[in-house]
Design a protein around this ligand. Structure first.
Ligand code: CFM
Length: 545
């Protein structure tokens, strides 16, 4: 049952926010700023999501290229990745997210430390850039001899009509031993980075997964983690815990991953999904084509980690595995509880708001609640209605022209490799016992009643909210960080974690508790005076009828 926190005057606050917008925009934002209400069977109000940001608004969002190259493919280390576009796109998607990797031997390749780009100039924008892309691939092959190359399209490439797929096909003919594939992830391809996730999922599914039937790892209980990107070392901590439980993690999509792991990912028995938004497509497609079931997990938060480990162990129905898992949980919780209770004594009763991507605004509520912090407001930058309201609303989501822009692959069972890991009867009986497959309840069911859920929150709304409700902590990204901190409010980046991590798993929980304790109880913020409070500020309003 969700906590009840009476955030005062939310309706009035919402009306005030909307009053300053032109009428058409106010009408749209009214559907994206929601006062949370949880009905009996976990029904929540409908929210408008995955829709275009209003031009001129300072959004927190990124682009489709960022979602494809930066997010989904970026963390894998031995697929050589070439950004076809101006140098800025390649440069700013180059490890700013702090995704880490750890080659297992000295001779393992790691391309993540390179930013490879065709560095398009005016000349190519006018006369076409495919020649330069082919030359870049020749150069990359000569220097690195990679096994796989991904080519990522940026906005100008789409505008001038360069065909990255045709180049990929031609270059694959020239280098038949190298798997070369292109991504139509032009920045404007969708309304946010979410479109890029989908493009990435599709291509990895059609061109990589399923190619290698022989690569395997030792161990009995083989599974993949989908949607964990090893920011600040999160995947390393998850790897440590699942190995201690006796599980065999085959491939993570895509934190600390390799091409071999991706291409043989169809050989395991289970997919667990961490970030639902960025990768639920791949989970669904792998189930249809190979018969691998999936369910949602969350390794952010000590309790959530324990729950997720137990669910994975229960899936295999093995007494030893279950026993070992309980031992790991008990062992790890000793230190976690010690730190948690100490930190909680200083953080209890504080309040926070979170506006992050498409899953962390939900997952990190777990960690904050564990140290007694109340969530006043949260929202995603680019999630869809299912991430807010739960997957049960998926059939009622209206597919608009922007979403239709991204191909929905028609997936059928593989003639050779399809093997249902669970019979229909078995799955049904597990479900009858409360074991949820292919499910996600979304963020709103776990938010306090009457808290504010804001989709695609912008800087104006965030500042109004800070003025009105004075949260003790803001969790968001780099674009928000300094505006918030200059006001004297501690701010934690939940994308890159600033300079820290891991925050996942048990050690991550300890790191996070301590960091939030330091931030909330640091007196330096009390002495901070925002420059705009000290000197006059220009202000303006829209002129409209
Ligand atoms: Fe998934 Fe992510 Fe997120 Fe995301 Fe992202 Fe990220 Fe994020 Mo930044 S894949 S949706 S596109 S959990 S980069 S690791 S932190 S916005 S909440």
């Amino acid at each position: 049952m969700a906590e009840v926190y009476e955030l005062p005057d939310t309706a009035e606050f919402k009306a005030e926010i909307l009053e300053r917008y032109p009428p058409k925009l106010a009408k749209k934002r009214a559907k994206q700023i929601i006062i949370n209400k949880i009905e009996n069977d976990d029904d929540v109000p409908e929210i408008l999501a995955n829709t275009r940001t209003i031009p001129g608004i300072i959004t927190m969002r990124g682009c489709a290229y960022a979602g494809c190259k930066g997010v989904v493919l970026g963390p894998t280390r031995d697929i050589l990745q070439i950004t076809h576009g101006p140098i800025g796109c390649g440069f700013y998607s180059w490890l700013t997210r702090r995704n880490q990797t750890k080659p297992t031997t000295e001779s393992d390749v790691n391309y993540m430390t390179y930013a490879m780009s065709t560095d398009l100039q005016e000349e190519e924008i006018i006369f076409g850039g495919e020649k330069k892309l082919r030359a870049a691939i020749d150069e990359a092959v000569a220097l690195f001899h990679p096994r796989a190359i991904g080519i990522f399209a940026t906005c100008p490439v789409g505008l001038i009509g360069d065909d990255v797929h045709a180049v990929a096909r031609a270059m694959e003919e020239k280098y038949p031993d190298i798997n070369i594939f292109g991504f139509s992830c032009e920045g404007y391809k969708g309304v946010s980075q979410s479109a890029g996730h989908h493009v990435a999922n599709n291509k990895v599914f059609t061109d990589v997964v399923g190619l290698n039937d022989t690569f395997s790892k030792p161990g009995k209980f083989k599974f993949n983690i989908l949607g964990e990107y090893n920011i600040g070392g999160d995947a390393f901590e998850i790897e440590r815990i699942v190995a201690d439980c006796g599980l065999s993690l085959h491939s993570t999509f895509s934190g600390n991953s390799t091409y071999d792991e991706f291409s043989s990912a169809h050989t395991v028995d289970l997919n667990v999904v961490m970030c639902h938004r960025s990768i639920n497509y791949l989970a669904e497609m792998m189930e249809k084509k190979y018969g691998i079931p999936w369910f949602k997990v969350n390794f952010v938060g000590a309790e959530a980690t324990s729950k997720s480990l137990r669910k994975i162990a229960q899936f295999y129905e093995d007494a030893d595995l279950l026993k070992k898992t309980e031992e790991v949980i008990e062992r790890e919780l000793v230190e976690v509880e010690k730190v948690r209770l100490d930190v909680k004594s200083r953080c209890e009763g504080k309040t926070a708001v979170l506006y992050v991507g498409g899953s962390r605004a939900h997952h990190y509520q777990e960690l904050l609640r564990e140290i007694g912090i109340t969530i006043l407001s949260a929202g995603y930058e680019f999630a869809h209605r299912d991430d807010y309201e739960g997957r049960k609303v998926m059939p009622s989501i209206i597919v608009d022209a922007d979403s239709r822009n991204i191909e929905e692959l028609k997936v059928e069972a593989d003639a050779v490799r399809y093997k249902p890991r669970l019979s229909e009867e078995k799955k049904a009986s597990m479900e009858a016992d409360g074991f949820a497959f292919s499910d996600y309840n979304g963020l709103m069911t776990e938010m306090p009643e009457s808290s504010l859920v804001i989709d695609d929150c912008n800087h104006y709304e965030l500042e109004e909210l800070l003025d009105r409700y004075h949260p003790d902590l803001v969790c968001a990204g780099i674009k928000e960080k300094y505006v918030v901190q200059k006001r004297g409010i501690p701010m934690k980046q939940l994308h890159s974690y600033d300079y820290m991590g891991p925050f996942a798993g048990y050690k991550g929980a300890i790191n996070f508790y301590k960091e939030i304790d330091r931030l909330l109880n640091c007196s330096a913020f009390k002495f901070t005076k925002a420059p705009w409070d000290e000197s006059p500020e220009l202000s303006a309003t829209y002129a409209f009828n």
